[in-house]
Unconditional design. Structure first.
Length: 255
């Protein structure tokens, strides 16, 4: 994909010569966010699911678990997986449901067909694979009752498993979404100590036997759910993991 990125009014600015230092990915997040994401990462690394093409669906697994968590919490989870962002706007705008600004639009192609040519947005003619749309793995928001706009973003997170390769211009685009490179975290699955995560989950299960303050109870709920310890959703799976084709996987971060 091109390293050119959309600028204001649909223009393009070159990504050449720019860097987005995102080392120490986990250290950029608070302990609660580290625990929730590593919980999902470790679970999906151990039991990722397999796609039709035989590939491990680690990323799809993480997204599915966090989506199911958000549904369980009635859209009030701060962890929003795979939100599409319109990179032709300044700042980039999330593509959300017209009836619920906290819910991602369920059909990107339909949104493009309906809204892309809006003259008030001054977008370039739609062409795929130009970086007009970016989709971070996870956006962590400060207030889950508000849309994931730049002023409500705590962190934009890119998760990499061993089989994942880099995508050109990806992290630079995420810095535009977040408003600062300091709010972008690159998390390698190996950054998570899965043995420690398992022990913390065991301790969390012990805590639910006692009365907890509301905030801690919610945090415990999130940690338990991302490890699949709560009752399953309708259909029997704790977090649905859709079959993912190779073409769909290639479009996960940029459309």
């Amino acid at each position: 994909m091109s390293d050119a990125m959309p600028g204001a009014g649909g223009g393009m600015s070159s990504g050449a010569g720019t860097t987005t230092p995102v080392g120490n990915g986990l250290s950029r997040m608070n302990p609660a966010d580290q625990s929730v994401l590593c919980s999902a990462i470790c679970k999906c690394q151990a039991v990722p699911g397999i796609g039709k093409d035989g590939r491990k669906l680690n990323q799809v697994c993480v997204s599915g678990r966090l989506k199911a968590l958000d549904e369980t919490l009635h859209g009030r989870s701060p962890y929003k997986p795979e939100i599409n962002y319109d990179m032709t706007q300044e700042p980039p705008e999330p593509v959300m449901d017209s009836t619920d600004v906290t819910k991602p639009h369920g059909w990107l192609r339909g949104w493009i067909d309906k809204y892309w040519a809006d003259p008030e947005k001054d977008r370039p003619d739609w062409k795929p694979k130009r970086g007009y749309i970016r989709r971070p793995d996870v956006v962590i928001v400060n207030d889950p009752t508000r849309p994931p706009t730049q002023d409500n973003i705590r962190m934009v997170v890119e998760i990499k498993f061993p089989s994942d390769g880099p995508n050109e211009g990806q992290l630079e685009s995420y810095a535009l979404i977040a408003g600062s490179e300091k709010k972008v975290a690159l998390v390698q699955s190996s950054d998570c100590d899965c043995g420690e995560v398992e022990e913390r989950e065991r301790q969390a299960e012990e805590k639910v036997k006692y009365t907890l303050p509301a905030a801690e109870a919610l945090y415990t709920l999130i940690r338990l759910y991302t490890r699949g310890r709560l009752p399953p959703l309708p259909g029997g799976n704790p977090a649905p993991c859709l079959l993912y084709t190779s073409d769909a996987a290639d479009e996960r971060s940029s459309v």
